[in-house]
Design a protein around this ligand. Structure first.
Ligand code: NAD
Ligand code: DAU
Length: 354
């Protein structure tokens, strides 16, 4: 039986990937996750007693640990979701982003290269290293510019996106120089279950329900291209199964929305599903706050390559996905309560002090 190693598999997208994988395949998964503030073993609780899932707590930059895991489990693929992922945190403190997204990714690549080079055929030929990256490496688009293709030049603007761009370059170089069989995906903004409530959509849902302000940065007209997380996970599975070694694939939902449109939609769904006691709309809680420094204006993904070459298409529309997401947060109060720890409150205090 083959095995895959998933790094960062207790985070938002990684855990959705693992849950989706185990629901649809027999192949076991070893998750390696440092369990930072963003990593949560509860996300994987559904499979905690399933022998196909093993969660190992540790750092992708720990050579001895990673090499031990590779040698013990002999995975046919390593999927790298592990990263520091929040732009605002990268502005307050870039060091962790440089450390994990660049230095530890380098270390992971070296561990994987050593393992792969010693594999016997046909395992060596079949092995894949899949690196999960972001559309933010391409920088910011004007309102009328065409969406990002895989050929768009790298123009990262935040410490987060610069660190992800650097990791993409390392992955590319390990393929070109050493022949490591890599695949890279660059995806737009995800949303869905298990999304940590520092990011726009879960933050707005929970702030609304808690009677707090809904802090919209700047004029609220920045545009993001939203993709339901399970559609992203399906795209990654497809790239792993059929992607061309050395290629990158853009993944996006064709759902460009301004932040204000997203917040209005969330308020309207909450007004319907859990109306405020005073009968007013949650829209009343919207507040325009100071903008994010260096805030990218617009992201949009041209996903033609993965659609045409690999036959992937998103199954969820923004309207169905966003409703499912609100319903998920309303029906998982225990998960919500547990993630809103002291450390989380500290972050809110620091970021939204004004
Ligand atoms: P997340 O912050 O929710 O999860 C990251 C996970 O990585 C956490 O479980 C954390 O504990 C783990 N981790 C962090 N540092 C680690 C280390 N040194 N060793 C091992 N584990 C470590 O992030 P996410 O939103 O799930 O994003 C996953 C990946 O997808 C990231 O690489 C991110 O750049 C990329 N991405 C995210 C989005 C999005 O909209 N969220 C979109 C495109 C790409
Ligand atoms: O594009 C993919 C990227 O999407 C991923 O690589 C990142 O890991 C992920 O965090 C996300 O980055 P964004 O910066 O786009 O996501 P965030 O949810 O932080 O913000 C979305 C938009 O909403 C952005 O324009 C900033 C704005 N915003 C965000 C927060 C947290 C607000 O207006 N108010 C807020 O309180």
């Amino acid at each position: 039986m083959h095995v895959i190693l998933v790094t960062g598999g207790a985070g938002f997208i990684g855990s959705n990937f693992v849950l989706n994988w185990l629901a649809n395949q027999q192949e076991p998964v070893v998750v390696l996750d440092k369990l930072t503030y963003a990593g949560n073993p509860d996300n994987l609780a559904h499979y905690q007693n399933d022998p196909r899932l093993q969660l190992v707590v540790g750092d992708i930059g720990d050579r001895a640990l990673v090499e031990g895991l590779l040698s013990q489990h002999q995975p046919r693929a390593v999927l790298n979701f592990a990263a520091e992922s929040h732009v605002d945190r990268s502005i307050h403190g870039p060091a962790d982003f440089i450390e994990t997204n660049i230095v530890s990714t380098f270390s992971l690549l070296e561990s994987v290269r050593g393992y792969w080079q010693n594999l016997a055929e046909p395992a060596r030929q079949a092995f894949r290293f899949l690196h999960v990256s972001t559309d933010e490496v391409y920088g910011s688009l004007s309102d009328t510019a065409p969406a990002f293709t895989e050929q768009h030049r790298y123009e990262p603007n935040s410490p987060y996106s610069a660190s992800k761009a650097a990791s993409d370059h390392l992955v590319r170089a390990w393929h070109h120089t050493y022949g490591l069989p890599v695949l890279t995906t660059n995806c737009s903004n995800n949303y869905g279950p298990y999304h940590f409530p520092e990011k726009l959509i879960p933050l707005m849902i929970l702030n609304a329900l808690n009677g707090k302000a809904l802090p919209v940065y700047g004029d609220g007209k920045n545009v993001r291209d939203w993709l339901y997380v399970v559609d992203h996970c399906r795209a990654i599975e497809r790239v792993l199964a059929a992607g061309q070694v050395g290629e990158t694939y853009n993944v996006g939902g064709c759902n460009e929305k301004t932040n204000l449109e997203v917040v209005h939609t969330l308020c309207d769904i909450l007004d319907e599903l859990q109306p405020r006691a005073d009968g007013a709309s949650y829209r009343e809680q919207i507040r325009f706050v100071q903008d994010r420094p260096g805030h990218d204006r617009r992201y949009a993904i041209d996903a033609s390559k993965i659609i045409e070459q690999l036959g992937w298409t998103p199954q969820e529309s923004f309207e169905t996905g966003i409703r499912k997401t609100v319903e998920w947060y309303l029906s998982h109060p225990e998960w919500v309560e547990k993630v809103q720890s002291g450390a989380y409150r500290e972050w809110l205090g620091k970021q939204y002090a004004e």
